[in-house]
Design a protein around this ligand. Structure first.
Ligand code: NAD
Ligand code: WQD
Length: 341
């Protein structure tokens, strides 16, 4: 029988790509999402992409009753947990909402899983747990440094899971620290669709290339980096999705808990991303250097060899692939709908 996976936040950016990768890998998948940061039309597009009906529970991860009902209806073998709030600046404005969804939501989910005897979970963590790291490329052994409430929720989530595994050996967890996810599915049917003005670089550049925003503001060119602009380890969302399939297979097949960075190990500056997006879109991308953004980190690059050793994970796609698929998604067949939450 096929293994059945609960995918929380499965209608979101990374979750929807992971849904496709899990279906392609032969899993049964049920999505749980409250659509607060996703459009319901994602579900139709996932059906089109996979050629199969999608099972979705429209529910909040903090709703214990609905979750327990779902676990009594289905026998899940594992959970991949994406559902969370993720905007750094919003987390400074509304820290308690972030603690509630990202930490209480996780604990609630773990309680229901425990009661149902499902004790395998893949957790979305982030390079943000490193704050400003001493070492780059940054290894998994670097210390936790919370920079904002959002970062704190990822650190707390990891600590809760680690203590759970240490206290009860029936639990197995895969903690994946993503660097900077970018790009879209090659079908151009799913991609990143921020509801407001984007905070992140690539979706912002995409809107400038499309003529929806006038110019890119480059946040500082006086960092200690080759061209002075911030350097990040951009990882194609399809590579990232495949990382989740490998993490899950390791949890299910070998009962092996793991903590790994998911990145390419290579950094690109803001200027390099702008140049790559110009090539991909063949559009002008007006850009102006402004002040540094408060709380920005000069360089984030993953030490990527642990994921290769433990999961056999290696990225396959380049920055040019990320820009080309992002542009294909922006000009592609989807209509830009508002999230429904
Ligand atoms: P996203 O907002 O596109 O996806 C999150 C999904 O969770 C959305 O569909 C949203 O509707 C849903 N959701 C939010 N709160 C919920 C709740 N209370 N109950 C049920 N569903 C809820 O974000 P994403 O970029 O796909 O991120 C997925 C995960 O990866 C998050 O945990 C995020 O913190 C983490 N992460 C993201 C990045 C990034 O740059 N995108 C980097 C590192 C880690
Ligand atoms: C990348 C680079 C900016 C926008 C954030 C979160 C992090 C993670 C991913 C979830 C930086 C520069 C950006 C713009 C610019 N999310 N930039 N002009 O800051 O690495 O990470 O998203 O876990 O927690 O902090 O990503 O895409 O915002 O920035 O010059 O309009 O682009 O200064 O150097 P970041 P980003």
């Amino acid at each position: 029988m096929k293994e059945h996976i609960l995918l929380t936040g499965g209608a979101g950016y990374i979750g929807s790509h992971t849904y496709v990768a899990l279906i392609d890998a032969g899993y049964d998948v049920t999505i749980l999402d409250n659509f607060q940061n996703a459009s319901r039309s994602v579900v139709d597009r996932l059906e089109k992409l996979t050629g199969k009906p999608v099972t979705v529970a429209d529910a909040d991860v903090r709703d214990a009753t609905t979750l327990a009902g779902l676990f009594s209806e289905h026998q899940f073998d594992a959970v991949v947990h994406f559902a969370a709030l993720k905007a750094v600046s919003e987390s400074v404005e509304r820290p308690l909402d972030y603690f509630d969804v990202n930490i209480s939501g996780l604990i609630n989910l773990l309680r229901v899983m425990d009661a149902a005897g499902c004790r395998k979970i893949v957790f979305s963590s982030s390079a943000t747990v490193y704050g400003v790291p001493d070492e780059t490329p940054t290894p998994e052994t670097a210390e936790f440094r919370a920079m904002n409430p959002y970062g704190q929720t990822k650190i707390s989530g990891e600590q809760i899971l680690n203590q759970l595994v240490a206290a009860d050996d029936r639990w197995h967890v895969g903690i994946l620290r993503y660097f900077n996810p970018a790009g879209a599915h090659e079908s151009h049917l799913i991609g990143e669709d921020p509801r407001d003005i984007p905070n992140n670089l690539m979706p912002y550049i995409a809107k400038v290339a499309a003529g929806e925003l006038a110019e890119l503001q480059i946040f500082g060119d006086d960092y200690d980096t080759p061209d002075g602009t911030g350097v990040r380890d951009y990882i194609h969302v399809e590579d990232l999705a495949r990382g989740h399939v490998l993490s899950l297979a390791t949890l299910l097949g070998e009962d092996q808990s793991h903590l790994v960075n998911l990145g390419t190990g290579v950094g690109h500056s803001v200027q390099e991303v702008v140049a790559a997006y110009k090539r991909a879109s063949n559009r002008d991308i007006p850009a102006r250097v402004v002040e540094r953004r408060a709380g920005d980190v000069p360089i984030y690059v993953a030490k990527a060899d642990k994921a290769e050793e433990i999961l056999g994970f290696r990225t396959q796609k380049t920055l040019d692939d990320m820009c080309a698929s992002s542009w294909g998604w922006i000009v592609g067949p989807h209509s830009s709908e508002e999230p429904d939450g």
